[in-house]
Write a protein that binds this ligand. Structure first.
Ligand SMILES: *[C@@H]1O[C@H](CO)[C@@H](O)[C@H](O)[C@H]1NC(C)=O
Ligand SMILES: *[C@@H]1O[C@H](CO)[C@@H](O)[C@H](O)[C@H]1NC(C)=O
Ligand SMILES: *[C@@H]1O[C@H](CO)[C@@H](O)[C@H](O)[C@H]1NC(C)=O
Length: 340
């Protein structure tokens, strides 16, 4: 790159060599600066739970339950294989309804699966309406923190807290956003074959750099996040936790500086500090999915669907849509071409 830059200035021979040498020195100084900077701010083991330097904080999560389903995992949480928790905005009545009618319907009256929605509080939303929704479906959990995008990490802590308090001993917990279509039978089958404890599973992102651009919704200030790279973390829309992790993750989370991006916070920083294993699953695809049930023959989740698309996929499933060989081959290649 520097060689190219130097040639752009049309430097030749010795001058060009000097230019490259100078550029090299600048690059080395820049690297050394960051290494020293990170070391000064974060110490030699930045994610260490014992380290006071970098990510340490002390908070509490003592929000009140406005609506709860304390008995949802009764009589025996050990018998419950999968607890599904969907973070949902208070205003998203229709999105919740779509999940209940589509892939979430498999969780209704299922002895091994539970589905709940985690909500915060918005003063402009009529609590009475939420209460009657809760009385109809018994799947609403609501804490009294202010429900906003910037507070998503609080919502994720609320999920950990709920799982730990009322559903400890379930085998797995799926955190899944409202715009995700889940191939629930495939997920259950995969988890049964896999087993595993002390783990979080999903689509792994590694060697990503934090956004330093102040205009970005995902902005990380250098002062609050001094490292050049983000920790390895999972793509946010859907990930699975083994049932033993919520307790550990919650207690570490409350002793960790909070970031608004919940995937980086929970599955990256907190997970790393809690020494929970990260498992990559290619079929938690993060790329743009196809609105086609046949696509899900190879996938466990697809995200960023709107309500109509979710209903469309479900109706294809209910009508037993036949998948042609050519489309199968196409989707199989698409699956194989995932990065790794
Ligand atoms: C679930 O069970 C209840 C009570 O047994 C029943 O009224 C309801 O229709 C069932 N729902 C589904 C979707 O099977
Ligand atoms: C997050 O929730 C807390 C507790 O309700 C509230 O005080 C705070 O203003 C909220 N923050 C944002 C950015 O919405
Ligand atoms: C789809 O297949 C299932 C199971 O084979 C069957 O019970 C159901 O009736 C079929 N639905 C339609 C619309 O053909």
């Amino acid at each position: 790159m520097y060689a190219v830059l130097c040639s752009l200035f049309q430097l030749r021979g010795k001058k060009k060599n000097k230019c490259i040498a100078a550029a090299f020195v600048v690059l080395m100084m820049w690297i050394i600066y960051y290494v020293v900077y990170e070391y000064t701010v974060c110490g030699s083991d930045p994610y260490s739970f014992l380290s006071e330097h970098c990510f340490a904080d002390t908070r509490t999560h003592s929000y009140k339950y406005l609506i709860n389903e304390a008995e949802i995992c009764k009589p025996l949480p050990d018998n419950i294989f999968l607890l599904i928790v969907v973070p949902s905005r208070t205003s998203e009545f229709e999105e919740r309804q779509v999940i209940r009618q589509t892939w979430g319907s498999l969780a209704v009256n299922n002895t091994e699966i539970r589905l709940v929605f985690m909500l915060g509080y918005r003063p402009e939303i009529d609590q009475q309406v939420l209460k009657s929704e809760s009385e109809t479906y018994h799947d609403i959990i609501q804490e009294d923190f202010y429900d906003s995008y910037r507070n998503l990490s609080i919502k994720s802590e609320a999920i950990l807290r709920f799982a730990n308090t009322f559903c400890s001993n379930v085998k797995y917990i799926l955190k899944v956003d409202a715009d995700v279509f889940v191939n629930l039978p495939a997920l259950i089958e995969d988890l049964r074959e896999r087993g595993g404890t002390n783990m979080i599973m999903g689509y792994v992102f590694s060697f990503r750099m934090p956004f330093r651009d102040q205009g970005s919704k995902f902005y990380f200030e250098r002062i609050s996040y001094p490292l050049t790279y983000l920790p390895t973390y999972l793509n946010g829309p859907a990930y699975v936790l083994s049932g033993d992790t919520p307790r550990k993750l919650l207690s570490v989370a409350l002793n960790t500086k909070q970031y608004a991006l919940e995937d980086i916070f929970i599955t990256g920083v907190v997970r790393k500090r809690a020494a929970v294993q990260l498992i990559h699953h290619r079929r938690f695809d993060y790329r743009k999915p196809f609105v086609d049930i046949c696509w899900f023959e190879h996938k466990i989740i697809g995200h960023s669907f709107n309500k109509e698309q979710m209903l469309e996929i479900w109706s294809q499933k209910v009508q037993n849509k036949t998948c042609t060989t050519s489309i199968r081959v196409f989707y199989m290649l698409h699956d194989r071409l995932a990065l790794w």
